[in-house]
Design a protein around this ligand. Sequence first.
Ligand code: AP5
Length: 223
Amino acid sequence: MRIILMGPPGSGKGTQADLIEQKYAFPKISTGDLLRQAVQNGTSLGKEAEVRMNRGELVSDDTVVQMVAERTAKDDCKQGYILDGFPRNLNQARMLEKLKNSHPEVILDIQLSEEILIQRLSSRRICSRCGKIFNLSLNPAVQMDICDLCKGDLVQRRDDRPKVIKERLRIYHSETKPLIEYYQRRSVYHRIDGERPIQTVFRDIRSVIDSETDKYKQTGAIQ
Ligand code: AP5
């Protein structure tokens, strides 16, 4: 199964991808995380990506598609995987379809109001060591600024500053939103109300994944 998580910045893709990974044991592939890792490692790709990410712009399609192709070719993706934040535009969606390691798909599009997105992004903190996602007001760590899992420091992402959030939302509307029209003609496209608590959203997601899995089993597409 290939699970595609769509939605605007701050809609909860990363949070839900972690929960799906724990429940279904499919690896989470977040293009944002892979790019942040490359930035942290100081690779040439990371240096190129950092400038764009700090401005809230998309990194080039060829770069991210290459990253996804390499990651999904690994053994742990044979049974399936979760794509968080990819594809991000029509060109990426078409390139994804050409990848060899395709699977039966479920597309989950998490939607909520822009006002709530901005609140969530402004108060998000992530662990600088393991990447776990927290929120100062909505999903706080037990100890302020310390990760519950690995005790790493919690930091604010550079692209969670107000000016960059505005640009990311602008790019979402111009480049990513047209993807909804592209995908919503497919029966595997599901819109998820992301305005509710994390576990309530996850309950909906689980029910969609389970019912799509059953359908694919009936057609023999998966065992
Ligand atoms: P990326 O890291 O993918 O950022 P994004 O898509 O903008 O999404 P976010 O990570 O900001 O939010 P999210 O939806 O995962 O929400 P989260 O779960 O954290 O990309 C960053 C950059 O990398 C891009 O701008 C671009 O430059 C580049 N990039 C990445 N992919 C690319 C691609 N394919 N092509 C080109 N460039 C690419 O939740 C947000 C907050 O809300 C958290 O604090 C969380 O605790 C809280 N929260 C979540 N759910 C709930 C809930 N239900 N109730 C209350 N609080 C909640």
